[in-house]
Design a protein around this ligand. Sequence first.
Ligand SMILES: Nc1ncnc2c1ncn2[C@@H]1O[C@H](COP(=O)(O)OP(=O)(O)OP(=O)(O)O)[C@@H](O)[C@H]1O
Ligand SMILES: [Mg+2]
Length: 420
Amino acid sequence: MPSDTFYTAIDIGNSKIASVVARVGTEGELKILGTGVVPSQGMNKGRIESIDEVRAAIATSLEEAQRYIGRGVVAGVYVGVSGSHITCVNTKDVVQNPGDIKDVDAHLLNQLIQSSFPEVGHTQEVLHVIPIGYDVDGLSGVRNPVGLHADEIQVDAHVVLGDAVVLKNTIKAVESNRVSVQSLVLQSLASAEATLTGDEREMGAVFVDIGAGTTDLAIYRQGSPWYSAVIPVGGNQLTRDLQVALNSSFYMAEEIKLKWGHVYPDMLQGSEDIVIPSYQGQPRRVVQRKQIAEPLNARMVEMLKQILLKVRQSGLRQIPDGGLVITGGCADLAGLQELAIKTLGGPVRIGHPRGISGLPTNLRKPAFSTAVGLLLWGIKHQGERRYYGTGQSTLFGKKSFFSRFKREAKSKAGSEVAAH
Ligand SMILES: Nc1ncnc2c1ncn2[C@@H]1O[C@H](COP(=O)(O)OP(=O)(O)OP(=O)(O)O)[C@@H](O)[C@H]1O
Ligand SMILES: [Mg+2]
């Protein structure tokens, strides 16, 4: 069995580390072979704070994922990255065919895409260069110019950048477990891969994965990612607010949130009583569920407004027709869909991982959209480099002959995002 039929996803989240090993069969079907989910250690909002703790947690989750399949099948490891170090820029490049080339082929196209590489400082690295579309000899909106004869091609690309140190540490934490990282993938793009429908991408949609530490946002237009941002707030903030409101511990507040959390108090009819266990000498108390919903509502409204702010910063005036799709662990919060419709307008839906038949029940939750999406991303982008680097690498040192004819500097077509 060639090793490239095995894929491993590692989602290094703020609350959990999820490893999933899968195999693509001869018919192209994806089968999940093993899953390992452990509490996250040493992470803070996408940054590694203790590499030893993160390495150890990854080791445990990989071990768990391999428990029934034996060692040695962990190959093609795709690792999600997030954090407020992530920025994006949309580039535009015009190149001319020097004449000795006939039709555009996949190789040329690849070189052309690489010529969209923006200039980056030595503290940043390019994570993704994703073509949005092409203009071929003045004909705009070409999705795939392969096979066309072209005297001049313009490529619009969505480029995602990350902090060089954060990315290197992420690779180090994974590879110290004696596995090799095939690619780093922006978590929002991976998660959207498992969640968004083709129609939503085409119509334009705002996608958010609300995890424990970050809210990862991606805007899709005409089928492609067009804007990416990371808002450094997630479910942990909701828990902290509840902790203060109830004067309890974080862990108690988290448990209560998971069991009784609701973000739309008006939907709660009557009074459902909740027992708050004794804490630090306080006797146990009874509160109404509505009281718990109030602080959660206030924070979630704030988070939804931050999402809208990012949409506006991207250059859009409103959420596109494909609507808002919410996934990530917090998407399971009761009342969220209704609150988002009220706050931002519709359509809004909660996104669950899809696109894999026979997906085990434990992976069908929104908290696993990133892990499942990393596998789908890996299959779609197999063979691509793990990330683009600083542009000083051999690949970019040897400018393609196509790019020698580049005559237009990159322009900030869309957005530049530095999330906070
Ligand atoms: N049923 C639920 N109701 C309310 N909140 C939930 C529920 N399930 C999970 N959460 C919250 O979702 C968050 C965890 O989500 P997720 O597993 O997507 O995070 P993560 O991937 O570890 O973090 P991040 O993506 O920020 O790095 C926690 O704050 C948790 O309390
Ligand atoms: Mg996550």
